[in-house]
Design a protein around this ligand. Sequence first.
Ligand SMILES: [Zn+2]
Length: 294
Amino acid sequence: MEALVALPHWAVLSPLVTVIRGLNPGRMTLQGTNTYLIGTGAQRLLVDSGEGVPEYLPLLRDVLRQLGGISISHLLITHRHRDHTGGIRQVLETSSGPVSVWKRLTPRDPQQQAGAFNFNHIADNQLFKTEGATLRAIYTPGHTDDHVVFHLEEEDALFSGDSVLGQGSTTYEDLKQYMDSLKRTLEDCAKIDRIYPAHGPDLVDGRAVVEQYIQHRVQREQEILTVVTAANAGISSRGIVEIIYAKYNPEIWPAAEHSVKLHLQKLIEEKRLIESGRKHNALYSLPPSDKERL
Ligand SMILES: [Zn+2]
């Protein structure tokens, strides 16, 4: 993997946006989770809360003080992963007044369980306004089923959560939903100049970045379809990996197979492939109607 660029603990990125790092670097989080303070007034919005490492709270307090003693009125969470929600209590501690906390709620959220956090539900297209800034929420499931991105209307910028990263590549629970969400993001945002991702540095030419993400996965899908078509009598996910990743170190094959399986699942859902045999020895082939057409 490419080396990670060094990032400052916090930085004013634009007249409307300040980034504060979650200080939780790691294999999955890259340089750690970015949290973003948005607006120009004494009360601002914060997107994501980091993981809850002890050093985050004094850093956040220091930034709020250096920006003129401002406070946070709304905390908006992109999705439920711990590196985005672990710092919620810390964010609440920075304010003497109320902070409303928002997240897309799905049936998987344990709202009724004891000790569960009481989130306000983010509706699709919901607007969050603060002095100088308007954020529009777009529901983008795929990385997780509760994932939301935010479009900053004044800058034509996108807070992409984990759907687009500043470096490296993301993971998905459901690839079909993930790709549909990327396409919907492009349709819903006439312009995307800058991308402020939850991990890694911010990116310019955001629309092209999202298009590349889609293109990359369409290419992989084509490779898989080509291999399955050539195999004729059906091929296993492992068999597909051994062909597509023939030139790569076999050590990465298990991870590659995980990704190939997500693609296969999507292609089956779209009825472009069929699966036969038992789960672990499943074989993949083209649907009979497609074979006749060839
Ligand atoms: Zn995540």
